[in-house]
Structures are given as structure tokens and as C-alpha cells.
Design a protein around this ligand. Structure first.
Ligand code: HEM
Length: 212
């Protein structure tokens, strides 16, 4: 894959957004949590571990797309790939108990779908590599990383969703600003999943002309 300017922009924006969101949790101090945490519960340690492993998946995932590493440093590609798969598996599985702390049904189902899709695509990509079916490995790992990047797109889409909400309500905010933000944060994961799914299947994995 040719690394053009938009690719590097994606890397920079993704890392900047996710460093910003993750840093407070990597202090391992629950009082820095942006998410409301139930005191005395396992929610914060699970959340902080989820973020640590997800961050490892994000960084190693980006590195896997650098052609020079893949072609000239195959051992490094494999080592980073193992860290990516471990990161997704641990982080994705830990996301499931976190859903138990959510009150909103739309938000909970969005995270369940995200987590299951993440685990599934990554497992398929890993198994394909083990079987040495590198065509299938590439396709499933592109899908897997597209899902990893829902963490970014779900957050970047928040201003778009806020605007959509305001437009749909004719700029009167029936539940106030807080109600608007809460409603948007209940659906942003679904929005990110749909956008990334379309971009990956249609733009990145589109069949080459004449090839079906
Ligand atoms: C793609 C699969 C992912 C799933 C299923 C997932 C799931 C979750 C869940 C369930 C929460 C708790 C949300 C809440 O209680 O309101 C959460 C929070 C969080 N996750 Fe993930 N996550 C994923 C990917 C990532 C990635 C790749 C990162 C990158 C570092 C990440 C970083 C975070 C952060 C920073 C939070 C705290 C939220 C905040 O402060 O707004 N997640 N995630």
C-alpha cells in the first residue's frame, strides 16, 4: 500500500485524538476518569486495562501498514502482529463487561457490535496468517484495523452528530445541551461503525477493475 499524505494525516489525527482521550486513564487514578465510574467496582481497572491494550493495538496496527516493515523486516511484522492481536483480544474482551455498566440500550448494543466485530475480524486475520493464506490475511486485517479506527471516527463524528441533532430539532434543544450531548454519545459508536464499514469495503477493499 502506498503511503500518501492522507495516510499520514490519518496516523497523526488518530494518535493525537487517542492520546488525548487515553492519557487521563493511563495515570491509573479513577478520579481522572471522564466516564462515570462506579466506586468500589471493577469498572475502572477494566477500563484502564482496555485502554492500555487498545492503545498498543492502535500503534502496532498503524506500523503494519508500512510496506518497508512488511517486506524487509518480516520478523518485526510478525512480532508487531502478535502484539496487535493480543491487544485486540484483551481489549475487545474487556469491552464486554464494560457494557454492563451502561444504562442506555443504543450505546450498549453499539459497543457489543463493535467488540464482537473487532474480535471476529482480527481472529479471521490471524488464522489466515497462520494458514499462510496472505490474500485473506490482508483483507481481514484491513477490516480489523478499520474497526480499531472506529475509536477515532466515533469521536471525530461527534461534532457532525451534534449538528445533525440540532438541525433535526430546528435548533431548539428540548433536553438542553446536556441531553443533546448524552443522546449523541449514545449513537456515535454506531455511526463510526457504519462510516468505517462503508469506507473499508467500498474504498479500501474495492475489487480492482476487471477483478471480481
Ligand atoms: C474497536 C473496539 C473497541 C471497543 C469495543 C471499545 C469499547 C469501549 C468501551 C465499552 C468503553 C467504555 C465506554 C463508557 O463506559 O462510556 C471504552 C472507552 C474507551 N476506550 Fe475503547 N473500545 C474500542 C477501541 C478502542 C481503541 C482502539 C482505543 C484507543 C486507545 C480506545 C480507547 C478508549 C478510551 C480512551 C476510552 C475512555 C472513553 C472516554 O474517556 O471518553 N478504545 N471503549
Amino acid at each position: 500500500m502506498h503511503m500518501n499524505k492522507s495516510w499520514w494525516l490519518l496516523v497523526i489525527v488518530s494518535l493525537a485524538v487517542m492520546i488525548g482521550f487515553s492519557a487521563p486513564y493511563l495515570t491509573f487514578d479513577p478520579s481522572n476518569s471522564r466516564v462515570d465510574v462506579r466506586p468500589g467496582s471493577l469498572q475502572f481497572p477494566i477500563l484502564a486495562t482496555h485502554i492500555l491494550f487498545a492503545f498498543a493495538a492502535l500503534v502496532t496496527g498503524f506500523a503494519q501498514f508500512i510496506a518497508r516493515i512488511r517486506t524487509q523486516r518480516p520478523k518485526l511484522h510478525r512480532a508487531l502482529g502478535r502484539i496487535y492481536v493480543l491487544g485486540v483480544m484483551v481489549s475487545g474482551l474487556l469491552a464486554l463487561p464494560l457494557v454492563g455498566y451502561m444504562d442506555d440500550f443504543a450505546k450498549a448494543t453499539g459497543f457489543i457490535a463493535l467488540s464482537l466485530a473487532w474480535l471476529f475480524a482480527t481472529w479471521k486475520g490471524y488464522r489466515a496468517a497462520v494458514r499462510r493464506d496472505f490474500a485473506a490475511h490482508r483483507v481481514w486485517m484491513v477490516r480489523s484495523f478499520g474497526i480499531t479506527l472506529v475509536a477515532v471516527s466515533g469521536r471525530v463524528l461527534v461534532p457532525v452528530l451534534l449538528l445533525t441533532y440540532a438541525l433535526l430539532h430546528g435548533f431548539t434543544l428540548p433536553a438542553g445541551r446536556e441531553g443533546m450531548v448524552a443522546d449523541v454519545l449514545n449513537v456515535n459508536i454506531w455511526a463510526g461503525l457504519i462510516v468505517n464499514f462503508i469506507l473499508v469495503e467500498w474504498a479500501v477493499l474495492k475489487p480492482k477493475r476487471g477483478v471480481r
